[in-house]
Design a protein around this ligand. Structure first.
Ligand SMILES: Nc1ncnc2c1ncn2[C@@H]1O[C@H](COP(=O)(O)OP(=O)(O)OP(=O)(O)O)[C@@H](O)[C@H]1O
Ligand SMILES: [Mg+2]
Length: 344
């Protein structure tokens, strides 16, 4: 048993520790849950794809395959960063809620089961398709059809508003606070201990202009306060290429663990920021804005400001992306991002 497993087991003595090595205990558990048949056997366990936050395992039995997901009280890849366990509850509740909306359900994995006591989620396996994080590579582009699918999904999701229907999702405040730190605060601290020259020589120097811009930082603080406040529109909360999965026939949306009721401008701002960072054409970005069905009161300048912060934090913050941009290209994106924030 490694040190982290021991720490987890001490804290949660009755909880199954999900891992690729723990097939016997998992099989017993799945029988007990009746998530698999009494005579069904696990043939193998696989890692289905890249992820940082949680333990995600593909279970292959002699009869079927599905995905099991479990959090740790920390970020799985960075155990020094604490993270709330109830993120799995948020994810389960999100899938349960949208299962009542046929079109949204068709674009997400079916929820097979959720066990609050074991912090375990079982999801339909959508196959071996990859996510869209290869978009950041030079020469890779998203198609018009894919943009439409993603925009239609998020438009329909944003129709779910607590002012008109009952939206029973947890506030997700602890996850928002974790995200808030890495979006609105940490990237702009001059002495945050993260040397950006390790990412790209010269980037640390470039970042100082933003870290020392008090007027900009005051606006970002205000946006951060908006993000932390409760709104009434259901958001995915992490609507970027890592949450979009290519399936054999279409695109599926996964990983709603950051979902909350908030500003719809946040989801669209994040989506647009990632299209811009992946060097999508301005026509494709415009297509999102044209096809998105804006809820009442939607504020495009707020959306631009959220896009701006997302670009800044992905370039000068800790949550780096596999971007293939030169220092000059990053500098120009940072300038554009700053303008968007300042115009808000
Ligand atoms: N239902 C599914 N069907 C097929 N593959 C899946 C499914 N869910 C997740 N995966 C694969 O597992 C990877 C990790 O899943 P997920 O993004 O849910 O985990 P995570 O730990 O929350 O990740 P992150 O750190 O990005 O938040 C995905 O990128 C995808 O490749
Ligand atoms: Mg996640």
């Amino acid at each position: 048993m490694d040190e982290l497993q021991e720490k987890f087991c001490q804290q949660f003595s009755d909880v199954l520790y999900l891992s690729l090595e723990n097939s016997g205990a998992l099989e017993e558990y799945l029988h007990h849950q009746k998530w698999i048949d009494a005579n069904e056997k696990i043939v193998s366990l696989e890692k289905p794809g890249e992820g940082n936050m949680n333990v995600v395992v593909r279970v292959i039995t002699d009869q079927q395959r599905f995905i099991v997901k479990q959090p740790r009280p920390w970020v799985n890849k960075y155990p020094q960063v604490a993270a709330p366990m109830n993120r799995v509850e948020v994810e389960a509740t999100f899938y349960e809620l949208i299962a009542t909306y046929n079109k949204l359900k068709a674009s997400t994995p079916n929820l097979i089961g959720y066990d609050a006591e074991q912090f375990l989620l079982a999801l339909e396996d959508l196959g071996n398709g990859s996510d869209f994080t290869d978009l950041y590579q030079k020469g890779k582009s998203i198609t018009r059809e894919e943009i439409s699918t993603l925009t239609v999904f998020i438009s329909q999701l944003h129709q779910i508003r607590s002012s008109t229907v009952s939206v029973n999702v947890p506030a997700n405040q602890a996850m928002k606070e974790l995200n808030h730190e890495h979006i609105f605060n940490y990237p702009f601290l001059e002495n945050n201990g993260f040397n950006l020259n390790d990412v790209q020589p010269g980037l640390q120097e470039v970042s100082l202009k933003y870290k020392r811009n008090e007027e900009l930082k005051a606006k970002i603080t205000r946006l951060g306060e908006r993000y932390l406040a409760a709104g009434n529109t259901l958001l995915h909360g992490d609507y970027y290429p890592g949450s979009w999965l290519k399936t054999t026939s279409n695109i599926a949306i996964i990983d709603p663990e950051f979902a909350f009721l908030g500003d719809p401008e946040f989801d669209i701002g994040v989506m647009v920021a990632h299209l811009v960072m992946s060097e999508a054409s301005s026509e494709l970005v415009q297509q999102v804005l044209d096809e998105y069905n804006q809820p009442d009161g939607y504020d495009e300048s707020l959306q631009c400001a959220y896009s701006g912060v997302e670009i800044l934090r992905r370039i000068i913050g800790l949550a780096q992306l596999p971007l293939s941009l030169s220092l000059e290209e990053k500098r120009s994106l940072l300038t554009q991002a700053t303008n968007w924030i300042q115009q808000y």
